[in-house]
Design a protein around this ligand. Structure first.
Ligand code: ADP
Ligand code: MG
Length: 917
């Protein structure tokens, strides 16, 4: 019973039943097997005072869903893709689907352009191959099971007209039972589970158009009113026909009848069914026998209620299946002849539903349930304690990308999960930014303070040393002068004494010379006095000598003092040197801090950018589920921005205003590697938005990004920069710019050094974009673009191969165009550069993006007779024949056929080989 739907239900249903011993999931659908259920209901009703016995439905279930703790209120959302129809197969032949599904990951990728996609998570992702059985099991079965347990439940289909809402819900499957839709299968399950004696199943079938509710089982009844029990909050339609259903056949007849009336009503009103909502209501009433209200002991504060819960018990559940009006916007000019008022009214219920979902998703205090009939009708059956499933239907065509995107966003909002968590995260961003700011201020202040103290200290030491030196010099000079004067004075005195002596001697000798004449030999006295004089002179001399010695000593003394001073001066100098070194260290630290500061600034910038985006998204009631990681956050946010161009412009304007594009770009060349990485990420994020691309290029961003490929050694920088370049390379002018700045050789070099396949994917994506430019074909090839692409296939990663294949297909297409116009003659440059073997090898690659591109490339190459010989010898003819016979895309098959039959060379070869096709 639970098979197939297991994944969808697991977890949520269980958690909704916490505190009970059994769950409704894993048991068979029987009435009495879950005795603990009433206790749960009583509990959840205690706050709303419901009076209807076991009924869990409560006033304002729509409102009750805003309680985040109420996991059962979480709307489960599945997305279903319709296969291409014949018209799309022909018209979109050259284009890929606008979505790519990853059912095993429960993810959907929405293509933004041929380069970029946004990814969304859903509760279930149903591919174009999903069977009706599986769709029923994952979307509706859990709801049906809980209706059988006495809950209310809703299954809705939302999507553009023609995407398969009615196919999913309303198919009768009378020719082929495998085709049966949700309504029929739900009734089968219900009828199989109830017992005809004690239970009853009844049905109403209605259409809601322009806020008037029509009975599809009784067309005369076309203004049914909705009544709400003010006490219990139960919604009922007293005027609607209610038909008791006993078997499946009578239900099918009833659906037929409803369809016929719907058709007639729409013809009468001159409307299309795609503008109205079809609503099937199934009431299930079951008696619950032999049940003791054991729950009263389980829940002490519900004694009042316990009284009303005594047997006989009746358990009522209501299932509402809504085939919503087409979600496409009504052409207001009135292609269907509607006035604006009518147009508003036609979509009123649908837009009111959207508003309620937004309000619920935002945890808003006010849920505008009363704004439309649809939301009033669903009031007790949507969200809250009721179980709700939404299947959003989309088509594959890239021409309806806008509608598909808005359908996806509707589904995302309906999922409404863990909003609080997200809000907290956003708060953390803010406080982190604030903390970083404060820390930054502190660091700067501390740094300035230290710097100042160092400078002061150095000045003090320098002046101190200066003073000491001057003092020492002065002392030395003073001492020298004193010494010199003393010495001079002594010297003068001794000279004077000697002179006096000498004079005295002269005088003596003058008196005695007369005696000498008489007697040549000195007398005894003369000899004595001379000896005395000599002794005196000797004495004088020795005194003189000792004086000089003293002076010399003094001089030596002074000299040694001077040397001492010199030493102390030297030590002062070395102290100064030490301080200078410290100062240099300090300056280096400062530089490092400045680097850190700019890194923090760039982080801040990115954080504030993201916080802004997140805030705006949350303000607007963004999608519920936001998977972790910044990339996915941005990916989630971006399509919302798309929705409201003004919001995006405002945010970019704000970002530019706050930091300035120039500043962001200048950070690309920052010294610090981390800063560079952050900056290039910011630039890449900006470059992903088409509106920023021109600004980035004008401000020199493209040149900087290219330069980074050459100058940086960091692979992350390479990868992110190449991604940004690839985005910018979608524009023709930018393509020329990239080529003129040596882009091909820079990209080739990056590819040659890359280790991460994602880097190669970015590079290949960029080259692939360049390959699509008619004017650049020769230059691109001349600079080795084709060789570079082929060089990347070594890596073998399918993402890389897909980009290479895209590049080759782009190139072949341009070349083919040029050949047709006569501006190119001679063999394909792809063949010249040796691409053919790889093309042939991968023409039947398992991965469909690779295969598609290559199939197209082969068809383009084959259109020109000059290539035919090489293609035959390279084995391409076999591939073309295979494409013609096996390709699932009709348009490509046709192209291959046309190509083969118009080439004489191919035809001759096929004849020779006796191949018939
Ligand atoms: P809607 O109700 O959303 O306007 P329909 O249910 O009428 O769309 O589907 C439009 C067309 O597409 C119908 O011809 C339908 O048979 C076909 N179709 C829709 N979904 C599928 C599907 N999953 N597989 C095959 N055909 C489908
Ligand atoms: Mg329909």
């Amino acid at each position: 019973m639970a098979s197939g739907g297991g994944n969808y239900r697991n977890g949520t249903h269980r958690s909704s039943l916490k505190g009970t011993t059994t769950t409704s999931i894993d048991r068979p659908l029987s009435v009495n097997s879950n005795p603990s259920k009433p206790a749960l209901k009583t509990k959840s009703l205690s706050s709303v005072g419901a009076s209807s016995g076991l009924r869990k439905s409560s006033p304002g279930s729509l409102g009750a869903a805003k309680d985040d703790a109420g996991v059962p209120g979480r709307v489960r959302v599945a997305v279903r893709l319709r296969p291409r129809n014949a018209e799309e197969s022909a018209a979109d032949a050259d284009f890929a689907d606008c979505v790519e599904l990853q059912p095993e990951l429960k993810r959907l990728k929405l293509r933004k352009n041929n380069w970029d996609t946004d990814t969304y998570a859903f509760d279930e992702v149903l591919t174009e191959f999903a069977s009706q059985k599986r769709v029923y099991e994952v979307v509706a079965k859990p709801v049906v099971e809980s209706v059988l347990d006495g809950y209310n439940g809703t299954v809705m289909a939302y999507g553009q007209t023609g995407t398969g809402k009615t196919y999913t819900l309303g198919r009768l499957g009378e020719e082929d039972t495998a085709d049966r839709g949700i309504m029929v299968r739900a009734m089968e399950d219900i009828l199989a589970d109830v017992s005809p004696e004690s239970d009853s199943v009844s049905v109403s079938y209605l259409q809601l158009y322009m806020e008037s509710l029509q009975d599809l089982l009784d067309p005369t009844n076309d203004n049914i009113s909705i009544v709400e029990d003010p006490k219990s909050g139960d919604v009922s339609l007293p005027g609607a026909t209610v038909v008791e259903i006993r078997d499946q056949q009578s239900f099918l007849e009833l659906l037929h009848l409803g369809e016929a009336h719907r058709y007639a009503a729409n013809t009468k009103l001159n409307t299309e069914s795609s503008r109205s909502h079809a609503i099937l209501m199934v009431h299930v009433k079951r008696s619950v026998k032999g049940r003791e209200p054991a729950h009263s002991s389980e829940n002490g504060n519900s004694t009042n209620m316990a009284k009303s819960l005594r047997p006989p018990l009746v358990r009522k559940g209501k299932l509402i299946v809504v085939d919503l009006a087409g979600s496409e916007r009504i052409d207001k000019s009135g292609s269907e002849g509607h006035t604006l008022e009518e147009a508003k009214s036609i979509n009123l219920s649908l837009s009111a539903l959207g508003k309620c979902i937004n309000a619920l998703a935002e945890n808003s205090a006010h849920i505008p349930v009363r704004d439309s009939k649809l939301t009033r009708l669903l009031r007790d059956s949507f969200g809250g304690t009721a179980r709700t499933s939404l299947v959003i239907t989309i088509g594959p065509s890239p021409r309806h990308r806008g509608e598909t995107a808005s359908t996806i966003m509707f589904g995302q909002r309906a999922m409404k999960v863990e909003n609080m968590l997200k809000l907290k995260e956003e708060f953390d961003y803010k406080s982190l930014a604030r903390r970083l700011d404060i820390q930054l201020d502190k660091l700067i202040m501390e740094h300035e303070r230290k710097q100042k103290a160092f400078e002061d200290e150095i000045e003090r030491i320098t002046t101190d040393a200066q003073v000491r030196i001057t003092e020492a010099e002065r002392n030395f000079a003073d001492a020298m002068e004193k010494e010199r004067l003393k010495y001079q004075k002594d010297y003068m005195e001794s000279i004077k004494k000697l002179e006096e002596k000498w004079m005295m001697n002269q005088q003596k000798q003058g008196g005695e010379r007369k005696h000498v004449c008489a007697s040549f030999y000195p007398t005894q006295e003369q000899m004595v006095s001379t000896a005395e004089e000599v002794a005196e002179v000797k004495k004088l001399l020795s005194k003189e000598t000792s004086l000089r010695k003293a002076a010399e000593e003094e001089v030596n003394n002074l000299k040694s003092q001077l040397a001492q001073l010199k030493i102390s001066e030297a030590s002062t100098n070395s102290e100064i040197l030490k301080l200078q070194k410290m100062l240099e260290d300090e300056a280096y630290q400062k530089e490092k801090l400045e680097g850190e500061i700019s890194m923090l600034q760039s982080q801040l910038l990115q954080l504030s950018f993201e916080a802004d985006e997140t805030r705006r998204r949350l303000d607007r009631g963004g999608p519920g589920k936001v998977p972790g990681g910044l990339d996915s956050l941005i990916a989630q946010v971006r399509p919302q921005l798309k929705d409201s161009g003004n919001g995006e412009k405002a945010s970019i304007a704000k970002l530019f205003e706050q930091v300035g594009l120039q500043k962001i770009l200048s950070l690309l060349e920052a010294e610090d590697a981390d800063v560079r990485i952050h900056a290039v990420k910011v630039v890449a994020n900006l470059a992903a938005e088409e509106t920023n691309q021109q600004k980035i290029v004008e401000a020199g961003g493209l040149t900087s990004l290219l330069r980074l490929l050459g100058s940086s050694e960091d692979e992350t920088v390479h990868r992110v920069a190449a991604g940004a370049i690839a985005n910018l390379a979608m524009n023709e002018t930018n393509q020329e710019l990239i080529m003129s700045q040596g882009g091909i050789s820079l990209l080739s070099m990056t590819a040659a050094n890359a280790e991460d396949p994602q880097t190669l994917r970015m590079v290949a994506g960029a080259v692939a974009n360049l390959c699509g430019n008619d004017k650049l074909q020769n230059k691109l090839r001349g600079e080795g673009g084709i060789k570079a692409l082929l060089g990347m296939v070594k890596c073998g990663h399918p993402d890389v191969l897909a980009q290479v294949a895209r590049g080759i297909a782009n190139f072949a297409k341009c070349e083919s165009r040029a050949s047709t116009q006569g501006s190119k003659t001679g063999r394909s440059l792809l063949i010249e550069d040796g691409a053919l073997p790889w093309i042939v090898q991968n023409a039947n690659n398992d991965a469909s993006p690779i295969r598609r591109h290559i199939e197209l490339a082969l068809c383009h190459l084959a259109q020109h007779e000059v290539n035919a010989k090489d293609m035959i010898s390279g084995g391409a003819l076999w591939e073309l024949v295979r494409i013609l016979q096996e390709c699932s895309r009709e348009d490509i098959r046709t192209l291959a056929h046309r190509t083969l039959t118009s080439s004489p060379t191919f035809l001759a070869e096929l004849r020779r080989l006796r191949i018939d096709f």
